[in-house]
Design a protein around this ligand. Structure first.
Ligand code: SR1
Ligand code: MG
Length: 404
């Protein structure tokens, strides 16, 4: 019988014991089932169900290496960062993240609200499902979590305390390598280029000096700009969704970084869905994705401005021209970061199902090239992307290039 006073990696039976020991309402439960349901790259996720009462919870535990590869040896304290980010995001964007029931620093696990009535957004998008409220919900999340953890709103000493609390070097290093470095160089064995696109990647990424300069600027921006508490991995696999609700999960990569990293990740992952929609000629789905890309940019801009007027406490932030300058820079960062996410998910280690499951292979290769063409344009000319309409033009231009 475990006492859970010292860390070990739990199996399903241990998790049942753990939940009985730690969660009051499960203490006397007789019929409990437990299933490992994690499909992420890093952690172990269990759904624990009391089959008599139908009460269920999720337990998430960090292991000492990443699930995707033992090459990544990681401190299990990432679970604390993730849970504390969720707790803070819950206060800033209530209803848009799961409720936390327990944080256990010893066992490097947390217990949270079960969201399995919702679907992982990437899975739903690969089935061409559409979500009319997504743009509203995700822009609420982005504006509230990003603006309200920045120096525009927070007392600067309080913010610096948070910067220290959310220092996250190991997970940042993963992004620094997988997002900002490896996809642009031919000498990393974690890259995997789909056979048939080698020459395209060679020309457009590996041998593109102009691109390398812009990527270097973005990497140093990511390393050096403690703008806001960002989620740090806001792709569609980090979102649970249905027709009514949106819940953002998995902020283990959270740290104080540039806002545009989160917004750009959302945009890029919708572009993967768009490329898939095109590959399967699903007009309705593709139009929904285009409208959503447009709406996210538009709503973010409108809501961010309103939230700034409502919440800004920093005196110099009352200057209207400074506000313009600040917002233009966020949108510029968004474009560059979206380009990086597009490139790294095509070429690098952690790929996305939206693209990898496209058949036949010729259509996958074409979808990959579309994403890479958009990536290069976003990285090279980030200042040209201040509106959703400009993203849609870039998508159309990439299509035209591809069909030449
Ligand atoms: C080693 S982890 C690989 C990727 O999975 C995570 O979700 C992040 O996106 C990371 O880059
Ligand atoms: Mg994740």
């Amino acid at each position: 019988m475990h006492t859970f006073e010292q860390y070990f990696l739990m199996n399903s039976d241990d998790v049942i014991q753990y939940v009985k020991a730690k969660i009051d309402s499960f203490q006397s439960a007789q019929q409990i089932t437990c299933k490992e349901i994690g499909d992420g790259n890093l952690n172990y996720v269990y759904r624990v169900l009391n089959t008599e009462t139908n009460e269920s919870v999720i337990l998430k535990q960090a292991g000492t290496t990443a699930r995707i590869s033992d090459e990544f040896v990681l401190s299990t304290s990432r679970n604390k960062i993730e849970t504390e980010a969720l707790l803070l995001q819950h206060t800033l964007a209530p209803g848009l993240v799961p409720e936390i029931l327990l944080l256990d620093e010893t066992m490097s696990c947390c217990v949270m609200e079960d969201l399995s009535h919702l679907t992982i957004m990437r899975t739903a998008l690969t089935n061409f499902e559409t979500f009319p409220n997504f743009a509203e919900h995700i822009t609420d999340f982005l504006v509230n979590t990003l603006l309200r953890t920045s120096d525009v709103v927070l007392n600067h000493k309080e913010k610096k305390d948070l910067v220290a609390k959310f220092i996250n070097p190991e997970l940042c290093e993963i992004s620094e390598d997988l997002v900002f470095t490896e996809p642009f160089h031919n000498n990393f064995n974690r890259n995997e280029v789909t056979p048939g696109n080698e020459q395209f990647v060679q020309t457009h990424l590996y041998e593109n000096e102009e691109l390398h300069l812009e990527v270097a600027k973005l990497k140093f921006h990511f390393l050096n700009n403690t703008q806001s508490l960002i989620h740090g991995d806001l792709h569609t696999g980090s979102i649970f969704i249905d027709q009514n609700d949106t819940k953002v999960i998995d902020p283990e990569f959270a740290f104080f970084g540039p806002m545009g990293y989160d917004i750009g990740n959302v945009m890029a992952n919708l572009i993967f869905a768009w490329a898939r929609g095109r590959a399967y000629s699903d007009k309705e789905f593709t139009e929904w994705v285009e409208n959503t890309l447009f709406d996210i940019m538009d709503l973010f801009d409108t809501k961010f401005r309103a939230a700034w007027d409502e919440h800004a406490t920093e005196l110099v932030a009352k200057n209207a021209d400074f506000k313009e300058h600040y917002i233009q820079n966020i949108l510029k960062d968004t474009a560059g970061m979206a380009g990086l996410e597009l490139a790294r998910r095509i070429v690098g280690l952690a790929k996305v199902k939206d693209i990898t499951t496209i058949e036949p292979i010729e259509d996958r290769l074409k979808a990959e090239r579309l994403c890479l063409r958009v990536a290069v344009e976003l990285i090279l000319n980030p200042s040209d992307f201040q509106t959703g309409g400009q993203y849609l033009t870039a998508l159309q231009n990439a299509l035209q290039e591809e069909n030449k």
